[in-house]
Design a protein around this ligand. Structure first.
Ligand code: DGL
Length: 270
């Protein structure tokens, strides 16, 4: 047993890297559904079906706790899976809430009524499906009032990253930031609402310019997972080995993962 980390593809590795650094003794099983990535251009039912299948796969392999290290899956599937009821002793958590708690200056799990916060103009960068879901705005409205959100659906960025084409990914990021700035010239914060985007964080930051605080999920998710596991150590399980699984071609996925994280990563076929 171990903690399961799921993403449509390579993006969740940014979260895996942060949680591994924060929790070096916890074994993780990573599952990338690379055969079906990107999720961001699929409809909500499709994303929900694929996510549910992957989470059941990880539960079946003894990962009692699964983190959806994917905003698109979190937006489309998390609430539906939780409402449908998860099997006894199993849990599934998403990546939205830690990010929004940080943006709204809250402690983990602070569910007090919405209030005014320092950040007033937020630029949200996410996949088309996440933007369409409005899940970010919904979660934000539970916690803050008076925050203006301008969302930019960043078509093409995930495909370029999955294909290992960083030059195309950079060009697309710069054009999406330009498009966002035409709608909101002076955001005070930017949210990278897709776990693939931290791989391009320096490009987002450069294109946004100084004075824009960039919120990126990996470290925030790592802190909130550490807090969760301190309260629920039984959810860690007793397994000892890390594993990388993919529904795609293990050789190609391993090469791209190694290129992105700058360390050798070896995927096995699911
Ligand atoms: N990395 C994912 C996310 O956080 C999914 C990207 C995709 O497959 O389109 O949204």
């Amino acid at each position: 047993m171990a903690v399961g980390i799921f993403d449509s593809g390579l993006g969740g590795l940014t979260v895996l890297d942060a949680v591994t650094k924060r929790l070096p003794d916890v074994p993780f099983v990573y599952l990338g559904d690379n055969a079906h990535a990107p999720y961001g251009v699929r409809d909500a039912d499709d994303v929900c079906d694929l996510t549910s299948k992957a989470v059941h796969e990880l539960w079946g392999r003894g990962c009692d706790l699964v983190i959806l290290a994917c905003n698109t899956a979190s937006a489309a599937a998390l609430r539906r899976m939780q409402e449908a009821g998860v099997p006894d002793g199993k849990r599934v958590l998403g990546v939205f809430v830690p990010l929004i708690e940080a943006l709204t200056e809250r402690e983990w799990g602070d569910n007090s009524p919405p209030r005014e916060v320092q950040t007033k103009h937020v630029a949200l960068f996410a996949t088309p499906a996440t933007v369409r879901s409005r899940a970010f705005q919904r979660e934000l409205a539970f916690r803050a009032v008076g925050v203006d959100v301008e969302a930019q659906a960043c078509g093409g960025v995930v495909d370029a990253i999955e294909d290992g084409d960083l030059i195309l990914a950079e060009a697309l990021v710069r054009s999406h930031v330009d498009a966002l700035k035409r709608k909101m010239p002076d955001p005070d914060a930017a949210v990278l609402g897709c776990t693939h985007y931290p791989l391009m964080e320096h490009i987002f930051a450069d294109a946004l310019g100084e004075g824009v605080k960039v919120f990126s999920q990996p470290n925030l998710v790592a802190e909130s997972l550490a807090d969760y596991l301190a309260r629920r150590p039984d959810m860690i399980g007793s397994g000892k080995t890390n594993q990388f699984l993919t529904t795609g071609d293990p050789k190609t996925v391993s090469n791209h993962a190694t290129q992105f994280l700058r360390r050798q990563i070896s995927f096995d076929a699911l």
